[in-house]
Design a protein around this ligand. Structure first.
Ligand code: FAD
Length: 288
């Protein structure tokens, strides 16, 4: 017979997780559709009694998103412009009803290649906090998502927070999602860019990530380095080359061919960079 538990504290949740195999339930917007018409047979550990996880807060070193922070919470939060890409992604996750229930933690733990939250959080060098009865560990988001629907979370672990180091929360950012229609659509490809423009109007730092073009969304480090070296961000159209997308491994599916995705990736990266620069208010100064 299946078990259902709705703990009221993290300690209670971790004790349950240490004793048996549970399926965690947050907003349920990935979990329930995945069930299809099958009856639920898993033991369900419902996280919705954990009030302490419903927060967006700041410490001296980090911006912290509790595991129950929803997309709507993110849209409404007072955050620096570096989080604009994450807010734009939040507005693209399904409909308002989905944004009200769905959590950023659920988006990451579900590890869909098309998860819209991943590219903006990669561009912010986000980390995830995993707690278990044995203690806590923090790993980079790029180490957490291992493949299509695969993460580094052990069965006894609860993802309690997603956090962004303050030094990565600098500059301005933008997110571009390509879908078959404007709203309520699974991404064909998406891109996030974050730029830091210095007082002289030069590009001081840049982060670029692409999703839905490989099993796991990825930062384009080699491209970032070339953009950093060039410093003149307005020259991006000349710097971003087709070979920058060679490391992506897009699939052919009903939404688009691999070749289309690769080409689209270049275009949406350019648009994301453009949007991030426009947010910096210094675009005219850095134009080539
Ligand atoms: C109509 C519809 C449209 C959608 N559109 C989009 C879209 O445009 N873009 C997009 O990216 N997604 C979309 N989604 C997917 C989904 O809404 C998001 O991925 C959402 O963020 C999932 O969060 P959740 O809280 O509902 O997760 P849940 O469904 O509760 O959980 C998802 C997975 O994460 C695990 N999990 C959840 N929380 C934790 C935790 N704290 N620790 C460990 N494991 C955990 C669960 O066990 C489960 O495996 C859509 C879904 C629907 C139904």
């Amino acid at each position: 017979m299946m078990r259902y538990a709705k703990p009221k504290s993290i300690d209670e949740a971790l004790a349950l997780l240490a004793d048996g195999s549970w399926t965690l339930l947050a907003g349920g917007t990935d979990f329930y559709p995945a069930q299809g018409n099958r009856p639920i047979r898993d033991d369900i550990l419902d996280l919705n009694g954990l009030r302490e996880l419903r927060h967006i807060s700041q410490t001296e070193t980090h911006f912290v998103f509790g595991a129950r922070a929803t997309w709507t919470d993110i849209i409404r939060a007072d955050l620096p412009p570096a989080f604009d890409a994450l807010k734009l992604a939040a507005r693209e996750v399904g409909s308002i009803q989905i944004q009200n229930s769905g959590t950023v933690a659920g988006n990451l733990c579900n590890a869909s290649p098309a998860a819209d939250g991943v590219p903006p959080l990669l561009a912010l060098s986000a980390e995830v906090v995993l707690q278990s009865a044995d203690g806590e560990r923090v790993i980079g988001l790029s180490e957490f998502i291992l493949g299509n629907r695969r993460t580094a979370r052990s069965p006894g672990e609860l993802l309690t927070a997603v956090r962004v180091p303050r030094e990565a929360a600098a500059g301005t950012s933008h997110f571009v999602k390509l879908g078959a229609r404007r709203y309520l659509v699974i991404s064909i490809a998406m891109a996030a860019a974050r730029v830091v423009v210095d007082d002289a109007g030069q590009l001081a730092d840049v982060a670029v990530s692409v999703g839905a073009c490989s099993a796991v969304a990825t930062r384009l480090h080699a491209l970032e380095e070339r953009l950093r070296d060039a410093r003149a961000a307005g020259a991006a159209a000349h710097i971003v080359k087709a070979h920058d997308f060679a490391e992506l491994t897009p699939i052919d599916d009903v939404r688009g061919s691999a070749e289309y995705r690769r080409r689209a990736a270049r275009e949406i990266v350019l648009r994301a960079l453009d949007g991030a620069l426009a947010g910096s208010g210094r675009k005219e100064n850095v134009a080539a």
